[in-house]
Design a binder for this molecule. Structure first.
Ligand code: PLP
Ligand code: COI
Length: 338
């Protein structure tokens, strides 16, 4: 293996040794297969290619100071992938088989789990696609589940530093009651144009407003949004955002530290009253927001004048990391030790 400079890893793809696959045929999922190929053989009329029958997940494994490897909340990802399957009429992948596949793919790639000191982690990417041919708009009869891993550094290259995000009112990522609550590729395709515009203007992500009224905050590129004020953790309730497992965890941790948690529609104007704001997700962990620019309205909401993360965001970040790395008691059983 070429020497990996763990500390310099970005959020990118690096080839690893093995991936794990299961095939759905004749109404049944096959036993897990281990593959050393990075490629799949796909029919040219597969529904995943034409009609977007594709869902994915993202989770991470961490090596602790104690040398143990912990996978974070994989059952939640298994459940969410089933919800995604129901949303776009794909065969549901069984929970236990999902967990077995995730554990197996980590075990098969132990040498790619970044060392504790590096700050990097092993990103686990399950994927489920329709593989059989349909030319009419209909669900496939056959599916492929595959899970691969790749070692990653921070999603936003700044890591735990504040960055600006932008509102671009001409773009929506998902419709109310559309596919925003499930993790399907189409949502990400729909976010690419606004995302590239945002990056070209120096923003780390797009802050989406609700598509119908443009009055409420939805989510933030590849992450959920949260705000802090008066010892309260506030995060949007919306019919077009992904139910983030990181956000769910942070809500619990906030409550545990004596904060109030509010999950409700968050009007845009409320940004002016927040003491801190951040993005959260598996890839993003907590990425504190420096300011939000409502680009078309020429208005800015500033959360950090000196560019430093807020104290509450930092506390929550440290608590979450401590559980993921096995340094704090995992009282909710969130981690699976390999
Ligand atoms: N929102 C979107 C659109 C995402 O892609 C992600 C990443 O998975 C999240 C939120 C955060 O979800 P989670 O914390 O489960 O990774
Ligand atoms: C994640 O946080 O796991 C994501 O899936 C976000 C992005 C890389 C799509």
């Amino acid at each position: 293996m070429e020497n990996i400079n763990w500390a310099d890893l970005t959020f990118g793809y690096l080839k690893t040794d093995y991936n794990v696959r299961s095939y759905y045929r004749n109404g049944q999922w096959s036993d897990l297969e281990i593959s050393d190929s990075e490629f799949i053989n796909l029919h040219i009329a597969a529904t995943s290619l034409h009609y977007g029958q594709e869902a994915f997940e993202g989770l991470k494994a961490f090596k602790g100071k104690d040398g143990k490897i912990r996978i974070f909340r994989m059952r939640e990802n298994a459940l969410r992938m089933q919800a995604s399957s129901r949303g776009i009429m794909m065969a549901e992948f069984p929970i236990e088989l999902f967990e077995k596949a995730v554990v197996e793919v980590v075990k098969q790639n132990l040498r790619f789990v970044p060392p504790y000191e590096s700050g990097a982690s092993l990103y686990i990417r399950p994927l489920l696609i329709g593989t059989s041919a349909q030319v009419g708009v209909k669900p496939a009869k056959e599916y492929l589940f595959v899970v691969f891993v790749t070692p990653v550094g921070p999603y936003f290259k700044e890591g735990f530093k504040t960055t600006p995000v932008g509102i671009f009112r001409e773009y929506d990522r998902a419709a109310p009651h559309g596919t925003g609550t499930i993790k399907v590729g189409g949502n990400y395709a729909a976010s690419l144009v606004a995302g590239e515009i945002a990056h070209s203007k120096g923003y780390s992500a797009v802050l989406y407003l609700d598509a119908k009224e443009k009055k409420y905050i939805d989510e933030c590129g590849p992450a959920n949004f949260f705000g802090i004020k008066n010892n309260t953790y506030i995060t949007p309730l919306s019919s077009s955002i992904l139910p983030s497992i990181t956000n769910k965890s942070l809500m619990q941790l906030a409550e545990d530290t004596g904060m109030t948690v509010e999950r409700r529609p968050v009007p845009l104007e409320e940004l002016a009253t927040l003491e801190e704001a951040g993005m959260c997700g598996t890839a993003a962990v907590i990425s504190p927001i420096q300011r939000v620019d409502d680009v078309d309205k020429n208005q800015s909401y500033i959360f950090s004048k000196d560019g430093k993360p807020g104290a509450v965001s930092e506390k929550l970040y440290n608590k979450l990391r401590a559980i993921q790395y096995g340094e704090e008691e995992d009282k909710y059983g969130w981690t699976t030790i390999i």
